[in-house]
Design a protein. Structure first.
Length: 277
């Protein structure tokens, strides 16, 4: 059994861009511009310290509905954030614009930049947040749960036949994900290998249904986000691709943080169900 753990407490608290952080002192006021990390903040017991979030931060619903909205992940309302007098800002390299973060950094003293690229990266994320915000015990519980989920995912990847999939995130234009995304890595953990859909320089490339690479796909997965694919799209995609199609919960593949373990378990169940069918 391969078990992963949070790095030791002696490790440096360094974020995705190399900034070293210290444990927070005094009152903490957090603004999160990343939906999945807003959920993580709440899961760590920091809901009372969360003062701002985006309109896309929708989980956990009963908590975030009471938290001030500051715009979207990319169109942030600067003055709305300034009014919250935040001590910490949580952002992500993929989801937030650098120029926006730079402007916010002018008046928020602590900016935590994240960039998880695979399920295993959540261990470092848990530790970073746990140590900064004095939530080590809660972070440890999340890490133990993720370690168990990763073991189950690896077992499923071994027991089920490997399968190449095309993962769709948008329609008109049709778009997919490159192999260096968190989504692709999460699928790979359970034995689903994403096919190269086109332009290797783009993380979220448009696809050409006639491209030779797509012939490698054995199945097409239609995500629920950011485009909300529905059952009505399954026949259309089956005609275009000539492959079996299935809907997939995009939050379970792309939301890192506290949802990572649940996402892996969901993917194992989905793989088993589709394989049996």
């Amino acid at each position: 059994m391969q078990v992963s753990t949070i790095p030791p407490e002696s490790a440096v608290l360094e974020d995705a861009v190399g900034v070293v952080h210290r444990p927070a002192e005094g009152p903490v006021r957090i603004v999160s511009l990343v939906p999945s990390l807003t959920e993580l903040v709440c899961e760590l017991g920091l809901a009372d310290q969360l003062v701002g979030r985006t309109g896309f931060c929708i989980h956990p619903r009963d908590i975030v509905r009471k938290v001030a909205k500051v715009g979207g992940t990319k169109d942030v309302r600067m003055e709305a954030v300034r009014a919250l007098d935040a001590t910490h800002l949580i952002v992500n390299i993929d989801e937030n614009r650098r120029e926006t973060v730079d402007q916010l950094a002018a008046f928020i003293p602590n900016v935590i930049v994240t960039h998880p690229c695979a399920s295993e990266d959540n261990f470092g994320l848990y530790r970073l947040f746990g140590r900064i915000f004095d939530r080590d015990a809660a972070a440890g519980r999340l890490a133990a749960d993720l370690a168990a989920a990763l073991d189950a995912a690896r077992a499923a990847a071994v027991s089920l036949p490997p399968e190449r999939v095309l993962y769709l995130i948008w329609r008109e234009p049709w778009m997919s994900v490159s192999r260096d995304t968190y989504i692709s890595a999460t699928l790979r953990a359970v034995g689903w290998e994403t096919v190269p859909p086109g332009d290797a320089s783009s993380r979220y490339p448009e696809i050409d249904w006639q491209a030779p690479a797509l012939a490698q796909a054995q199945r097409v997965l239609l995500s629920s986000e950011p485009y909300r694919f529905r059952a009505s799209h399954l026949d259309e995609v089956a005609r275009l691709s000539g492959r079996p199609t299935a809907l997939i919960d995009g939050e379970m593949t792309s939301w890192y943080g506290s949802r990572a373990a649940a996402g892996l378990r969901y993917l194992v169940r989905l793989r088993e169900r589709l394989a049996a069918a």
